[in-house]
Design a protein. Sequence first.
Length: 290
Amino acid sequence: MKVYIDGKYLDERNAKVSVFDHGLLYGDGIFEGIRAYNGRVFKLKEHIDRLFSSAKAILLEIPLSHAELMKATVATIRANKLRDCYVRLIITRGIGTLGLNPRSCKKPSVIIIAGKIQVYPAELYARGMDIVTVPTTRNLHSALNPAIKSLNYLNNILAKIEANNAGVEEAVMLNSEGFVAECTADNLFIIKDGKLFTPPLSAGALYGITRQTVMELAEQNGVAVTEPNLTRYDLFNADECFLTGTGAEIMPVIKIDGRVIGTGKPGPLTQKLVAEYHALTKVTGQPIYG
Ligand code: PMP
């Protein structure tokens, strides 16, 4: 595997960062998880846009332009001769002193890894997932805004550990007011009476690119989509529930906190959206090989 680091393609064994990089020392940096299907990078522009928004929020100057970063991403996939892959694009604050002041970091680093990912076992997609609400709440906007896709994922990791300890794969994270925010690496949707609902960004959800795509697909199918605050009660009484993310794609949920959702099987609208999402990923996106 060839890994892009600051303009160079390094062999996997030599793809290393300094122990003085503030990305490692403090989680000071941002990232994107991007996917390519069938020789095309899906929603590349949207991912790079979000990366620049995260950068702006933490006053990090990305050393490449939007267009250069798109080119570097595609070139890294090409260097690895991949057509279907997962890309991790990382910008760290760069090398600095042991103090946390970002001013000591003179040059942010750009890292691009193109490889494979299987977030969840394949049979789970057919059966649907069992998830639980966990005690760790989503970060406050006023502390660390969940809209920033930062290298500091401990909030999510703590929730994931709690899900693991409960014997399930994913956690529903509530915000400090008790409203549903999202899962540890996925947005959450419910369907009730033929309408689609997902928590607003103000509840602590990431502005998910799969979330946006699914909302557009639903609207094209004449399904009303709204973003109200949701409580656990709304989840328990939903007809269908699913999670969305670049890595996970669309994962049906069949049980939450021991309550069976709908019929206890992936629902018809969920299945329709899954089929349409897969169809879309195969035909749209930035071509990798011209
Ligand atoms: N929420 C969180 C916390 C995430 O890390 C992610 C990305 N894995 C998502 C939601 C889904 O976002 P996207 O659809 O843009 O991948």
